[in-house]
Design a binder for this molecule. Sequence first.
Ligand SMILES: [Zn+2]
Length: 331
Amino acid sequence: MDLKRLSETAIDEVRKASSAEELFRIEKKYLGKKGELTKILRSLSDLPAEKRKETGKNANILKNTLEGEIKAKNEELSGKTKGVVIDVTAPGKRIEYGHLHPITQILNELIEAGKMLGFSVVDGPEIETAWYNFDALNTDENHPSRDHTDTFYISNDLLLRTHTSPVQIRYMQENKPPIRIFAPGRVYRRDSDATHTPMFNQLEGLLVDEEVTMSDLKGTLLYLVQAVFGEEREIRLRPHHFPFTEPSAEVDVSCGLCSGKGCKSCKGEGWLEILGAGMVHPNVLRAGGIDPKKYQGFAFGMGIERIAMLKYGVDDLRAFYDNDLRFTEQF
Ligand SMILES: [Zn+2]
């Protein structure tokens, strides 16, 4: 191969090399002990004197050029990993663990506490009939909660349940007392602001047996509240009205910041509203096929998001559903 062609192919090959290994092979091919350029340089003495000088000069120029090209290419190739310094003293990478959503955590805490009291967990449909969602729960035909502005209707008779209470009826129809159930699940209402979302989670509790009293209800609620908020917290029951319970009560938990003395967080009240409860209305027991003369019961319903907001001091409910890791990673 003459020098001119050798020069062209060699430089071309070096420039096209895509890895250090390939470049090393090319270098060996031309400049190694048995390389093509090395052979030419070694055989210079065999050439006639007049040719020797010129060939020797050109071969040395090519050798320098090739060495320069190889050096440049080497730098280019190693540039891919330039700047990567391995610091053997650096601490290991932190492994990111996933965890349960705060709403699920609260729900699990309540369910665990309920199991200690003998409550089992049951389920019901999210698409309900108006009968199960309202009529069977003693809700008057003209009650405002039936309104299309409050409830998501699928048809005249089908709707997205507005509370977990229909599960009470379904369970009573299928089971005889004693009954102790928790019915957690999603419920839907036409409402959206800082403290309401169109979908939220409720936990329904129902106990039906002989000789059940309001104090059984209070004891159960105190146990559940203390399981979630801590044993130092107290509850109080305020008279209220719900169609499905009689008597009915709104239940407050003592403020965790001021222990009931009154502060900014509880608006000076010392108490925070957390749930609604009461003794099951005789009409509701009847709708479930249970004789109210023989059995009584209590029921309660709590919004899990509300409990989570109070427990963690979150003032915008929507944050639970924005899926912002900066928020959810805090729990
Ligand atoms: Zn307070």
